[in-house]
Design a protein around this ligand. Structure first.
Ligand code: MRU
Length: 345
């Protein structure tokens, strides 16, 4: 993979500060915000300065380091840090990577008498690096499933949403570099417009051609016969292979099955929640109605109209052709295959 297809980074740790690329401003402005305390990072996650399941987990891990730095000199440093871990856990409910990363960070302070800042920083860096490595591995595994044709992706499951390279966009990067993909169609992804604002920008930074479409146009595009795969990321995969992802993913999967288009979910095993038996156990975040009623901060809907704004939906396992993780690929997922995958080293 040449560097020209992998240039975007959204999370940096420098000199005891966490820097997050403000994704609310993309693509018009590319500004990093510096953070020095955990509650501010929790607010950044809630307000979508940083978003995407792995990126949320990585940011929260660094936020725990900030918390330890801030409270290191206090007698009750541990309760202060644990309280801020709870504050981070309350930021967004669906992406399980958040809780997975916080669990790893919490384990580092158990049995410690003094705040182990260096240990926590090493763990946060490991979470960050492991995610980027997993994405490269998934890129190879997923690209091997792609033969030729164009693909559709939804939301942004790219470098912006991860420690680097991306999950769905990692597969797309690898398949594009291998000349297996002609064009990427990106759903604009109402209401927050992750596709139009983030995926289009990210792919263009890396010289990968992208065509935007309203998600309502996806069925017609599939009918044209040009699309070989729908490739998406995930916020939480249940033990039976049901997949939570950005609202609209389920409808893409139904359309894909109808048109004989294959459906690939790309996610690290930190996204798999074996405690969730199936869709019913996955909490779905509902966000502010104004995200639907307005656009770019300006109201567009008729005054008096209400809005339902679930941020995610769940695609049942039977509509998924492949789940690609860093531990391997699961074709036609079910509970037994997910269990076998998760018991691999
Ligand atoms: O609300 P968002 O932007 O955080 O939603 C992001 C998604 O749904 C992504 O597809 C998912 O987190 C996977 S990111 C690699």
């Amino acid at each position: 993979m040449s560097h020209q297809h992998d240039t975007v980074r959204a999370i940096e740790w420098r000199e005891d500060r966490l820097y997050l690329l403000d994704q609310r401003l993309l693509p018009l402005q590319q500004d990093f915000i510096a953070y020095s305390d955990a509650p501010a990072v929790a607010e950044a996650i809630r307000d979508m300065v940083v978003r995407g399941a792995p990126a949320i987990g990585i940011s929260a891990a660094y936020a725990v380091v900030l918390s330890a730095i801030q409270h290191a000199g206090e007698d009750d440093w541990k309760s202060a840090v644990l309280e801020e871990i709870e504050c981070l856990a309350a930021s967004r409910p669906t992406a399980v990577n958040l809780f997975w990363a916080l669990r790893r960070m919490r384990q580092c302070i158990e049995d410690q008498d003094a705040a182990p800042v260096d240990l926590l920083l090493a763990e946060a860096r490991r979470i960050h690096e492991e995610d980027a490595e997993a994405n490269h591995r998934m890129g190879e595994l997923g690209a091997a499933l792609v033969d030729s044709g164009d693909v559709i992706t939804h939301c942004n499951a790219g470098a912006l949403a991860t420690g680097g390279y991306g999950t769905a966009l990692g597969v797309i990067r690898s398949a594009f570099a291998a000349d297996k993909i002609g064009r990427v169609y990106a759903d604009e992804t109402r209401p927050w417009m992750q596709g139009a604002r983030l995926t289009a920008w990210e792919l263009l930074q890396d010289h990968i051609p992208v065509t935007l479409l309203c998600e309502g146009a996806a069925a017609s595009l599939m009918k044209s016969g040009r699309i070989s795969w729908v490739i998406v990321g995930s916020d939480r995969i249940a033990a039976n292979g049901d997949v939570a992802n950005k609202i609209g993913t389920y409808s893409l999967a139904v359309n894909a099955r109808h048109h004989g288009v294959r459906f690939m979910v790309v996610a690290p095993t930190s996204t798999v929640d074996m405690q969730a038996a199936g869709a019913a156990d996955i909490p779905i975040e509902e966000r502010d109605a104004m995200e639907v009623l307005g656009l770019a901060g300006k109201r567009i809907a008729a005054e008096g109209a209400e809005a339902w704004n679930p941020a995610f939906d769940v695609t049942p396992a039977e509509l998924v052709d492949a789940i690609v993780t860093e531990k391997g690929v699961v074709l036609k997922p079910d509970a037994a295959k997910m269990k076998a995958l998760m018991s691999k080293d």
